[in-house]
Ligand binder design. Structure first.
Ligand code: NOJ
Length: 504
C-alpha cells in the first residue's frame, strides 16, 4: 500500500513536471518582433524627410550619446526593409511592430504638407509584410517629434493634442485599410520623464518636476484625441484596434513594513499611474495620493499652484476608457524601499516620491545599467496590472536583453527562456495576454547608449555600408519556440544556418 502511494506520488510529480515543461502558448497567440523608426531607419534627410528632435539634438550637440553616434544611417532599414522582412520570415513571426516617423510623413509636423515619398515607403513596407501574412502593428509615436513642433513647445504645448490628431488622421487614412493594430504612444513615462524631466532623451529639456508633469497631461489627451478620431471616423470601416504602450517594471517593496509599501505605491503612481489612470481607471484623472503629495510639496516649495496640472471633469471623461488594449514593454524589476529624498533634485519626481532601489547580487546583469533579470518578473508585472485594470487585453509589445556584440548570446537565451515561462505563468493566472513581441528584431540605435548596447536577435554590422544582418543564437531559439509553441530548455540548434521554412 505504502509502496503504491509512493509510486503514485512519483507519477504525479513526473506528470506535473512533464506537463509543466510542455505548457504551450495558445494557437491564436501572436508572436512578433519590435523596432522603432529612429532606431533602425536611417535615411534621416532622404526623400523629403523633415528634421526630428533626435536629428536636431544630436547634430547640434544638445544630446550626449556615449559613443558619439547618431541615427543618421542606423540599420538603414529605409533601404533594407526587404531583408528585414526576410528575417521575419526566417523566424516565422506573426506580427511586426514598427513605428512611423512623423517627420518622414509630415516634414514640418503639420498636415498641410504630406510627403508622398514617406507614404510610399510605409506602403511598400506594409504591402511586403502582408504578402507574407505578417500582421503590422504600428506605433504612431516612438519618441521622434518633428523639430518644428518642439520649437513650439512640443508636449508642453496644450495644442500637441490637435497636432497629433491631425497626424493620426493622415496615418489612419493612408494605411488603415491594411493596418488593424495601432499604438498611439510608446512609453509615455520615458517621453516625459527622460525627455522633459532630464537630459537623457530628446528634447533633453531637463526641467524636472514641472515639464514632465505638464507633458504627462498633454500626452494622455493627445492619445485620447487619436483614439476618439479612430473610433468616430475610421473604426466602423477599418475594423481595427487602437491602444497605447507603457514601459512597466516590476517594483516590489523591500520589506513588509508599511513605510516601504506606501513608498512603492506612491512611486508606482508617479512612474506609471499618472499615464495609465487617466485612461484605464474608473475615476479617471491623475492618481489621488500622488496628486495630493505634489500639491503639498509644491506649496511647501513656494509655488502658488501644484506643479502637477489638473484634469477638468470634462477632460477626465474625454480620456477615460480610450484604449482597446494595454501594451506592456517589460524588461526587469527591483526592490524599493522608503527614503527621505533629501539628496534628490528639488523639484523632481525623485523628490516628490522618493525611493531607494535594491537588486540582489545573484540576479544576472545585462550590459545596460538599468536591466537586471528579476525572477518571474513578467508574470509579477502582468498579474499586478491585471488586478488593477481588470479584463483588459494585454500585449507584451517589447521584451529583451542587452549584450555586447557577438553571435553567441547565451545570456539573452537564458533571459528569454525565463521570460517565456513567466508569460505562460501569467496566462495560467488568467491574464488576457494576446501576444508577445521580442525587442528587437536586430541591433539598433539604443538612444543615449548609441550602438554600445545590443538588443538584436540579429546582429547588425554597423561598420559595413551594407549593414549586414546575421542571426544570433537567440534567433534560432526564438524560431524554435514559435514552431513548437513551448519553451524547450534543452534545444540547441543543429547548425547555425538560417532558412525560411515552408509556409512563410
Ligand atoms: C524601450 C524602448 O521603447 C526602446 O526604444 C528601447 O530601445 C528599449 N526599451 C531598450 O532600452
Amino acid at each position: 500500500m505504502k509502496t503504491g502511494l509512493l509510486c503514485l506520488c512519483i507519477l504525479i510529480t513526473i506528470c506535473t513536471s512533464a506537463s509543466h515543461q510542455r505548457r504551450k502558448f495558445p494557437e491564436d497567440f501572436l508572436f512578433g518582433v519590435s523596432t522603432a523608426a529612429y532606431q533602425i531607419e536611417g535615411a534621416w534627410n532622404e526623400d523629403g524627410k523633415g528634421e526630428n528632435i533626435w536629428d536636431y539634438g544630436i547634430h547640434n550637440g544638445v544630446g550626449n550619446i556615449v559613443d558619439m553616434s547618431n541615427g543618421d544611417v542606423a540599420a538603414d532599414s529605409y533601404h533594407n526593409y526587404a531583408r528585414d522582412i526576410e528575417m521575419m520570415r526566417e523566424l516565422g513571426i506573426d506580427v511586426y511592430r514598427f513605428s512611423l516617423s512623423w517627420s518622414r510623413l509630415l516634414p514640418s509636423g503639420f498636415a498641410d504638407n504630406i510627403n508622398e515619398a514617406g507614404i510610399a515607403y510605409y506602403n511598400r513596407l506594409i504591402d511586403e509584410l502582408l504578402k507574407y501574412n505578417i500582421t503590422p502593428m504600428v506605433t504612431l509615436y516612438h519618441w521622434d517629434l518633428p523639430q518644428k513642433l518642439q520649437e513650439l513647445g512640443g508636449f508642453a504645448n496644450p495644442l500637441l493634442g490637435n497636432w497629433f490628431e491631425d497626424y493620426a488622421r493622415v496615418v489612419f487614412r493612408s494605411f488603415g485599410d491594411r493596418v488593424k493594430l495601432w499604438i498611439t504612444f510608446n512609453e509615455p513615462r520615458e517621453i516625459c520623464l527622460d525627455g522633459y524631466g532630464s537630459d537623457n532623451k530628446a528634447p533633453f529639456l531637463n526641467a524636472a518636476g514641472i515639464a514632465d508633469y505638464i507633458c504627462a497631461k498633454h500626452l494622455v489627451i493627445a492619445h485620447a484625441k487619436a483614439y476618439r478620431l479612430y473610433v468616430n471616423e475610421f473604426k466602423s470601416t477599418q475594423k481595427g484596434k487602437c491602444g497605447i504602450t507603457f514601459g512597466v517594471s516590476s517594483i516590489l517593496p523591500l520589506t513588509d513594513s508599511e513605510e516601504d509599501r506606501l513608498a512603492v505605491e506612491l512611486r508606482r503612481q508617479g512612474d506609471l499611474g499618472i499615464y495609465t489612470n487617466p485612461i484605464f481607471s474608473k475615476e479617471g484623472g491623475f492618481p489621488k495620493e500622488f496628486a495630493e503629495r505634489v500639491a503639498m510639496k509644491s506649496s511647501e516649495q513656494g509655488y502658488q499652484r501644484s506643479r502637477l496640472p489638473e484634469f477638468s471633469d470634462k477632460e477626465k471623461e474625454f480620456v477615460r476608457g480610450t484604449s482597446d488594449f494595454f501594451g506592456v514593454n517589460h524588461y526587469g524589476g527591483s526592490f524599493l524601499s522608503a527614503t527621505d529624498g533629501i539628496d534628490d533634485r528639488v523639484p523632481s519626481l525623485n523628490n516628490d516620491a522618493p525611493v531607494a532601489y535594491h537588486t540582489p547580487d545573484d540576479w544576472p546583469k545585462s550590459v545596460s545599467s538599468w536591466l537586471m533579470q528579476m525572477p518571474n518578473s513578467l508574470n509579477i508585472t502582468l498579474a499586478r496590472l491585471h488586478a488593477d485594470y481588470n479584463n483588459i487585453e494585454f500585449y507584451v509589445t517589447e521584451n529583451g536583453w542587452s549584450t555586447y556584440k557577438g553571435l553567441n548570446d547565451d545570456d539573452r537565451v537564458r533571459y528569454f527562456r525565463a521570460a517565456w515561462e513567466s508569460a505562460l505563468d501569467a496566462i495560467e493566472h488568467g491574464v488576457n495576454l494576446k501576444g508577445y513581441m521580442a525587442w528587437s528584431l536586430m541591433d539598433n540605435f539604443e538612444w543615449a547608449q548609441g550602438y554600445s548596447e545590443r538588443f538584436g536577435l540579429y546582429e547588425v554590422d554597423f561598420e559595413d555600408p551594407a549593414r549586414t544582418r546575421t542571426p544570433r543564437k537567440s534567433a534560432f531559439i526564438y524560431k524554435n519556440l514559435l514552431k513548437t509553441r513551448y519553451v524547450d530548455h534543452d534545444y540547441e540548434p543543429e547548425n547555425y544556418i538560417m532558412s525560411i521554412d515552408e509556409g512563410h
